[in-house]
Design a protein. Structure first.
Length: 474
């Protein structure tokens, strides 16, 4: 069996090869950075979407869908925003052979598509809050090297946009987005840290940005989502205002919350190992693969038992695949390991006679179940698998942060670093230079290591400092 590059030593090579082996995407499409969702990858994405929808709708957000094309005139209304996206947008300038009067932007994100319409929807305080989300494809002309799921030019994108009565309500919406993400991350089994980005790294047009970061080995980090407070930065230029209870006219305060297919890449990056992808049961296209072992006589009885088992497990709501292909059992085991299937259920002649099964999980534990309680036992084995995956990911996460007391200690970092920082941009850039990466910002919640009180700023030595994170964003 082929082996993959070492994950710790050659992360990107490892990542690309395990994706190929798992058949999650096909990157041979003839537009760079625009990849094909294969049947297997699409099924993982469908689970991802279902979890995002479940958690955001719990907070009262409603689905919408806005057009993909945005008139240049609308796109240009918020100056910082256009500056931030100028180099990244695709333009549509012709309809057939005719030059368009107003060129159209293929949405890189939907602020400028939605807000002219929000200005029509919001009239009175009774129209607030307005909390809506959409899951659509967005387009960004990436100039950095593209990687499937992590950096692509056509992005499967979740975006929530809200209008609130005032700044405090918008701050509360950012908090509730973070709480919603906590529910999603629990399902994805992704330990993460919420980080308030420094001024120079916030979203174009935002008042502030909170990003969700995960460590992915060494000092490397991956931003898996963001939520932004816009204050009145967009509602001013787009004229989104309402009549307040006292009769005065006020601009709304806005927020957004963005997630994407990068979460699939994050799950692969965090859980994958030397044998390939590992899916938590929540995202796995198949949670269970049943492999009948039909060598020699009695094959028909084994197959019949396997089919019956598959039907029963599907009736329990599990996503189950029966691998009755002609391949040898060893080849099947290898295939479903690379594909990250949580549980493999082996059924041979002995199991068919006893009405039992042998269950192997993707983390390497193997045991017989039955003849009594086979279905319950498989359901329980899946839950146990998730808990062990969670414990493993949590241990790796906790070991991914270490404190650095001086700039020198940031050089050749082998973990994400926690430093004392005065908050100044000058010291921030000193940190970025030392770690050859980014000052990620200040954590919004507790970190998984004991920190105590921050010492003097690593850049200037002032005692007035706070904890901040530094790493090398992928
Ligand atoms: Zn400083």
């Amino acid at each position: 069996m082929p082996t993959f590059p070492d994950k710790a030593e050659k992360f990107i090579d490892w990542y690309l090869e395990v994706l190929d082996a798992a058949e999650l995407t096909d990157k041979r499409y003839p537009v760079k950075g625009m990849n094909v969702w294969t049947p297997y990858g699409f099924q993982a994405r469908r689970q991802l979407d279902a979890i995002m929808i479940r958690e955001i709708e719990r907070t009262g957000s409603l689905p919408v869908e806005f057009p993909a094309l945005i008139p240049q005139t609308e796109f240009q209304k918020e100056k910082d925003h256009i500056k931030g996206f100028d180099a990244q947008v695709y333009w549509v300038t012709k309809g057939g052979a005719t030059d368009l009067d107003v060129p159209l932007v293929l949405r890189p994100t939907s602020e400028t598509a939605m807000y002219p319409v929000f200005a029509l929807w919001v009239r009175s305080h009774k129209d607030l809050p307005l909390n809506v989300y959409q899951i659509v494809n967005t387009f960004r002309y990436e100039t950095k090297t593209t990687r499937p799921f992590l950096r692509v030019r056509e992005i499967h994108f979740f975006e929530e946009h809200t209008c609130q009565v005032d700044e405090a309500a918008a701050t509360e919406r950012v908090r509730s987005n973070l709480a919603a993400f906590e529910g999603m991350a629990r399902s994805f089994v992704l330990p993460y840290v919420a980080v308030r980005r420094p001024e120079w790294d916030k979203f174009p047009g935002a008042f502030y940005s909170v990003a969700l970061d995960i460590p992915v080995g060494g000092a490397r980090t991956l931003q898996i989502g963001t939520t932004h407070h816009y204050r009145e930065n967009f509602s001013g230029p787009y004229g989104i205002q309402y009549e307040a209870t006292d009769g005065s006219t006020k601009h709304v305060h806005q927020t957004t919350f963005g997630l994407s297919e990068r979460l699939v890449g994050a799950v692969v990056s965090v859980h994958g190992d030397a044998k390939g992808v590992v899916f938590p049961s929540s995202l796995a296209p198949y949670q269970v693969v049943v492999v009948p072992i039909v060598g020699g006589s009695g094959g028909e009885a084994v197959l019949a038992y396997a089919r019956e088992l598959v039907e029963r497990l599907r009736a329990r709501g599990l996503r189950v695949h029966l691998d009755d292909s002609d391949e040898r059992p060893g080849a099947k085991y290898y295939r479903w390991e690379t594909h990250g299937v949580p549980l493999r259920v082996e059924v041979g002649r002995r199991e068919a006679e006893q009405k039992s099964v042998t269950v192997a999980d993707r983390l390497g534990s193997k045991r017989p179940i039955g003849p009594d309680g086979v279905d319950d036992g498989i359901v329980a084995a899946l839950a146990e698998f998730d808990e062990r995956l969670r414990a493993k990911a949590q241990a790796t996460f906790a070991a991914s942060f270490t404190v650095a007391r001086a700039l020198d200690e940031l050089r050749a970092s082998t973990t994400v670093r926690v430093i004392a920082w005065c908050g100044s941009e000058a010291c921030g850039h000193k940190v970025e230079e030392a770690i050859e990466g980014a000052l990620l910002g200040t954590p919004e919640g507790p970190l998984p290591i004991d920190l105590g009180v921050p010492g003097p700023c690593v850049g200037c030595g002032t005692a007035d400092s706070r904890w901040a994170l530094a790493g090398q964003p992928l």
